[in-house]
Write a protein that binds this ligand. Structure first.
Ligand SMILES: Cc1cc2nc3c(=O)[nH]c(=O)nc-3n(C[C@H](O)[C@H](O)[C@H](O)COP(=O)(O)OP(=O)(O)OC[C@H]3O[C@@H](n4cnc5c(N)ncnc54)[C@H](O)[C@@H]3O)c2cc1C
Length: 427
């Protein structure tokens, strides 16, 4: 891997997401050698992936080169590598570009889409967890309308213009809202020769309310907003299969669609060597103590979505959100330095800063610890918070300009089929 030997202890961080990056920043200027590995050479701002899928933002504006984050720090190394295995007994990380020894290891690999073992759903539906997946979805949505314009077959045309999104969490809600706005504001102008009023956006939720991690009032308001935008909200329905045309559910309801978006769950990325039953818990997350140490190790740590820390306030682990990852990364940076210096580490306590989701123009819901609000003000708060946490000054400026432009013009100009997408359905 061409990493020089150092007199300082070597810390390997796997994953340049919210957790990995905040940890790396905290280790800057310290007497350690830091090697950050990621299978992508960029950090992805996942909360805005749905805007890439729906042509609101260019992918570059929600990605940031990891090398640039580490620029100027001595003793920092980035390697574009996919980690396949960890040999904890030999303290070795095995990757597709070679092996590397560590003194301390931090696993910050995040999550992947969870299809709960359903193979046909995995093969035939669209996920939206990475930038390439968001671009695939953008192409498919646009290709569907191009095809709908050409076909004489009524049923095929309906299926091409019928969208089914599974999962009523923030991702599903935000995507459904964005599609509804496209249907209203853009499709009639782009496709004057197609009856785009027939386009349907269906949001299917297994439970009895949307945004289950938020307050009842936020759920109710989000549903009202979506219904006003013309989204069909289906609750208490579980999708059981999809053959590329027909979506089946555990009720009499079924949907004919050429596009099923799966936003119904994630599970932690598991890495061989740390995947044994005694290390993992719900959704594959690694069991960690209050110092982020993986159970049974004093030099292997986990942070963010991949980590399951039980506390009195969060007996089922922290929510899989950016804030726990960022806060754990920051504290672990300090704790590693303390540990190396032979000092006592500080236990992690999550400071809940709230939860929010946007449904569309002037429509958002915010649950702050002491204040819950919805509507226009919530939408401005949502935008400000997302701009603030985006990495990179250029990205903030570009996203801000895009949002202002889209707001004034009622437009989404990134509706481009740059990389055509051909889905092969499997039975
Ligand atoms: C569509 C979507 C919308 C979201 N919206 C919000 C929101 O509005 N607010 C919010 O707080 N949270 C939101 N989240 C959740 C939030 O993005 C995650 O909680 C957060 O990214 C977790 O940070 P992390 O550092 O644990 O993992 P991640 O940010 O996922 O980073 C993991 C990194 O590990 C890398 N990696 C994975 N496996 C390997 C491997 N084997 N080898 C090398 N590298 C590897 C990945 O490439 C990635 O860069 C959203 C997530 C998604 C998918």
């Amino acid at each position: 891997m061409n990493i020089p030997q150092s007199s300082h202890p070597r810390i390997i961080i796997i994953g340049g997401g919210f957790g990995g990056i905040s940890l790396a920043k905290k280790l800057a200027g310290q007497e350690v050698q830091v090697v950050l590995m990621d299978k992508h050479n960029y950090h992805t701002f996942q909360p805005l992936l749905y805007q890439v899928s729906t042509g609101g933002l260019e992918p570059d504006s929600i990605a940031y080169p990891i090398r640039k984050v580490l620029q100027g720090y001595d003793n920092f190394y980035f390697r574009l590598a996919e980690v396949n295995q960890i040999e904890t007994d030999k303290r070795i990380v095995k990757t597709n570009i070679g092996d590397l020894k560590y003194d301390y290891l931090v696993v910050a690999v995040g999550t992947e889409t969870n299809f709960f073992g359903n193979k046909t759903l995995q093969q035939n539906s669209m996920a939206m967890k990475t930038i390439p997946q968001a671009l695939n979805l953008r192409s498919l949505i646009l290709e569907n309308f191009e095809q709908a314009l050409l076909t004489d077959d009524y049923h095929e045309r309906e299926a091409l213009m019928n969208f089914v999104i599974v999962g009523g969490g923030p991702t599903g809600v935000e995507l459904a809202g964005a599609l509804a706005e496209i249907k209203k504001g853009i499709l009639p102008k782009d496709y004057p020769d197609l009856d785009t009023r027939r386009a349907q956006i269906n949001l299917v939720q297994g439970g009895d309310r949307l945004l289950p991690a938020m307050s009842e009032i936020a759920s109710k308001k989000a549903e009202d907003f979506l219904e006003k935008l013309g989204v069909n909200v289906w609750k208490n329905i579980r999708v059981t299969g999809y053959d590329g045309r027909l979506v089946t559910t555990d009720t009499e309801t079924s949907f004919e669609t050429a596009t099923l978006v799966w936003a119904a769950g994630v599970k932690a990325v598991s890495i061989k060597g740390l995947d044994a039953k005694n290390f993992v818990t719900r959704c594959n997350r690694l069991k960690i103590n209050r110092f982020n140490q993986v159970e049974g190790f004093d030099n292997v740590f986990a942070i963010g979505d991949v980590a399951h820390m039980e506390t009195e306030a969060f007996p089922n682990g922290h929510p899989m959100m950016a804030q726990p990852a960022i806060q754990q990364g920051r504290l672990l940076g300090k704790n590693l330095i303390r540990l190396i210096a032979g000092k006592q580490m500080e236990p992690f306590t999550y400071k809940d800063k709230g939860n929010m989701a946007t449904i569309g123009r002037n429509k958002a819901v915010c649950d702050l610890p002491n204040f819950k609000f919805q509507g226009v003000f919530a939408w401005f708060v949502w935008m400000f918070v997302h701009l603030y946490f985006l990495i990179g000054f250029r990205n903030r400026v570009v996203v801000f300009i895009n949002w202002v432009y889209n707001y004034i013009r009622f437009d989404r100009e990134a509706r481009l089929i740059i990389r055509p997408y051909k889905k092969e359905f499997k039975a």
